[in-house]
Design a protein. Sequence first.
Length: 104
Amino acid sequence: MEGRDILLAGADVFVCEGFTGNIILKLAESIYDLTKRRNIDDEHFKRFNFEQYGGVPVLGVSKPVIIGHGISHAMAFKNMILIAQRMLEKDLLGKMKESFTGQA
């Protein structure tokens, strides 16, 4: 994946270290804010609204941990809770552990 392709629909997931990931995330949020301020209604940019996702799961821990944005409001908090609920219902962390260790 080339840097110019990051905000296009070329991949569903990017794996990188935290600093780079945070820069990409902040850039996407800035683009969303700009489109909103300029009254540009485009479905592509709505994907970058952090409130819709709520937060990001921390992987590699034994219980659901969701990192939210410092400026999150009610919609983001609701969605963070829903992410954690889905993680528990689907036993995401147990499945990940099993795939790496062969143990549930």
